[in-house]
Design a protein around this ligand. Structure first.
Ligand code: 5GP
Length: 190
């Protein structure tokens, strides 16, 4: 998605060797009209997939998932992060190691909001090592629902998440894939 690549180049900043900050439009301030374009692009790519629900993870996935959901006219469920395991039988849960926070946390979704008849699209802002996406995939599996695909705004192609997910047979659609990045230069895959 050309407009996204331009926006990342213009407004993004690289921190350390691996973190891209796009706080100006995605992760802190939210550019709603631009997110509408992102939502429309996900809708175009997954229009024939028969999606019944979008699943994401709090907090940064929620804005993009909610805007995307308007195009599909389906609800959004976001997995909640918790410190400890929930012993409640009525939740699906899994464990995620956070790349940006360098710690492991539990994620959970109430079983009320995911049904085995559901066709799920996972949406997230970034794909790095794939831990968040794999945790969400596990929750979809616990519900017995179908994972139709994963829509990512920015994939860091030099980290292994995309490869792991695609090799597992999952359809991953990333709107911008970064090949390499350093302070002052961000190079995208075609
Ligand atoms: P993964 O689980 O694939 O390793 O990392 C994806 C999650 O970590 C995303 O939900 C996102 O919130 C966060 N993340 C990973 N890399 C970056 C990054 O470079 N910039 C920002 N802003 N978030 C990231």
């Amino acid at each position: 998605m050309q407009r996204l690549k331009e926006k990342i180049k213009k407004e993004g900043s690289v921190q350390g060797n691996n973190i891209l900050k796009v706080d100006n439009f995605l992760n802190h301030q939210v550019d709603v009209s631009f997110l509408n374009e992102i939502g429309r692009e996900f809708a175009r790519r997954f229009q024939d997939a028969g999606i019944s629900k979008i699943l994401t993870i709090e907090a940064s996935g929620i804005a993009v998932a909610a805007i995307t959901a308007q195009y599909f006219k389906v609800p959004v469920v976001f997995a909640k992060k918790t410190e400890s395991k929930n012993l409640d039988q009525n939740v699906y849960q899994s464990e995620v190691f956070s790349f940006t926070k360098d710690k492991t946390y539990q994620i959970m979704v109430s079983s009320k909001y995911l049904d085995k008849k559901e066709r799920i699209l996972i949406i997230d802002d970034f794909l790095a090592n794939g831990r968040a996406a794999l945790g969400l995939k596990e929750i979809v599996e616990q519900a017995g629902a179908d994972l139709v695909g994963i829509g990512i705004v920015i994939e860091k192609g030099f980290q292994p998440g995309g490869k792991i997910l695609r090799e597992a047979g999952i359809r991953v659609e990333s709107l911008a894939i970064i090949k390499t990045m350093s302070e002052g230069e961000i190079v995208f895959e075609e």
